[in-house]
Design a protein around this ligand. Structure first.
Ligand code: ATP
Length: 434
């Protein structure tokens, strides 16, 4: 797949109602995107799959949902006020702006070909906002740049009420905001995005074992999402890439048309965050160990993934252009569990009772999966529309259905069709979707 394909994916997303440019009727707002009906279904399925895998299926992980606005001291304690900067350079000639760590300052500007850089300046990525009716007198705080701190400041509340014992995790899923200097590549880097984060609290000393465990679990999760394993890898951070509090970090990366890029960071954060909140709040952030009767500050292994980047990865990985009987077929080979629509139902013609039978089938499928009724246009056209939307299964109701109660079930990827009884549609779908 080449870079052009990203443009094709952007236009497919618009055509089929996955993603729209934000505030499009006003000319759009840079690097912000809105999820349409298909997009929001697919995004929800990705989030549900994460929540199930990381929280619901585990005895020792609980979830929470903190407010986006937090006390400003949170961001002093976390280091974001003083450290959450990207180095910024401008081309004095054409005014293009770059992240200094993303360009070679010994070379000319890519855009205008002149070499006339400003000195790199540090730019804080947090969005500032004021609380209260009058901007000047209001208290300044920030839109959270990560969900993790909402977990750390609630450590005592959650541990106390859930009575979890080490090792245990607290997970959260929600919006984060960063005033990125350079954006682009569609959903890859935006200023508003969602994160899926897990803070896993452990006895200090168990860091390496836990990091190893979560690296394997998380890489595996992306594989279970149906992403091609050959395009996924775990990359250890070099020493100079590590945040000051972190001793080891791995990125889960995907090979995009624009190169290998991060989907998730899995990091050993030591006791840094709880130490900091302990100090800045003056409230003890400790765990009472019932085995030793001592109070300790647990260490943490963090897994931090982006919902929107995962969504983009699933689209890029699933996008195919094929030749079928001398015609181009665009198909999204999404894993059935994240496809916006699981099964589309088509009456072959709009008469003879076929639409009514189809509607009844749609209702049945909806008790378990998402379904869609489509009677507009030729059957071939209807199949193609669903192929583009990534719908893995299609049921066609024809005249034989009125005679013997059977329908055809079509597979999106192989385009094979089998005849099955109407009564078996749900069980057949169930057996095909793991
Ligand atoms: P990058 O180096 O790409 O800026 P980061 O290392 O700053 O990312 P983290 O702070 O580790 O990213 O954030 C964890 C995850 O949140 C990332 O792996 C990514 O999936 C997601 N994420 C971070 N920034 C953005 C963004 N601007 N747009 C979309 N997703 C993001």
């Amino acid at each position: 797949m080449d870079l052009k394909s990203i443009e094709n994916i952007v236009s497919l997303c618009k055509r089929r109602g996955f993603i729209f440019q934000s505030s499009e009727i006003y000319g759009g707002l840079g690097s912000t995107w809105d999820y349409g009906p298909y997009g929001v279904e697919m995004k929800q399925k990705i989030k549900d799959f994460w929540w199930h895998d990381v929280v619901t299926s585990r005895e020792n992980v609980v979830g929470m949902d903190a407010a986006i606005l937090m006390h400003p001291k949170t961001w002093e304690a976390s280091g974001h006020v003083s450290n959450f900067h990207d180095p910024l350079v401008d081309c004095k000639n054409c005014k293009a702006r770059y992240r200094a760590d993303h360009v070679d300052l010994n070379k000319p500007c890519e855009r205008c070909g002149k070499k006339d850089w400003t000195e790199p300046r540090q730019f804080n990525l947090m969005f500032k906002t004021a609380i209260g009716p009058v901007e000047d007198s209001g208290e300044i705080t920030y839109l959270r740049p990560e969900t993790a701190q909402g977990i750390f400041v609630n450590f005592m509340n959650v541990q106390g009420t859930s009575r979890q014992k080490l090792p245990f995790g607290i997970a959260q899923l929600g919006k984060a905001f960063r005033n990125e200097i350079t954006t682009g590549n569609f959903l890859f880097r935006t200023r508003e995005f969602e994160q899926m984060e897990l803070e896993f609290f452990i006895y200090p000393g168990e860091n390496e074992k836990s990091l190893d465990y979560w690296c394997k679990e998380r890489l595996n999760w992306f594989k279970k999402l149906g992403i091609n394993p050959e395009k996924l890898r775990l990359r250890p951070h070099d020493k100079d890439e590590l945040a000051h509090y972190s001793t080891a970090c791995f990125d889960v990366e995907y090979e995009f048309p624009f190169g290998w890029s991060e989907l998730e960071g899995i990091a050993d954060r030591g006791t840094f965050d709880l130490d900091q909140h302990n100090e800045y709040s003056g409230k003890k952030q400790q765990y009472f160990d019932p085995q030793t009767n001592e109070r300790i500050i647990p260490a943490v292994v963090e897994s931090s993934a982006g919902v929107d980047r995962t969504f983009l990865t699933c689209l890029v990985d699933a996008y195919c252009e094929e030749e079928v009987r001398d015609e181009k077929r665009i198909v999204l080979k999404l894993d059935p569990k994240i496809a916006p629509i699981t099964c589309a139902v088509f009456p072959l013609v709009k008469k003879d009772g076929l639409p009514e039978i189809s509607q009844k089938i749609v209702e049945d499928i909806r008790t378990k999966y998402s379904a869609f009724f489509d009677q507009g246009g030729s059957i071939g056209r209807r199949y193609r529309r669903q192929d583009e939307a990534g719908t893995p299964y299609g049921v066609t109701v024809d005249h034989q259905t009125t005679e013997d109660g059977t329908v055809t079930l079509r597979d999106r990827d192989t385009m094979d069709q089998v005849r099955i009884s109407t009564d078996n549609i749900l069980s057949e779908l169930q057996s095909r979707i793991q």
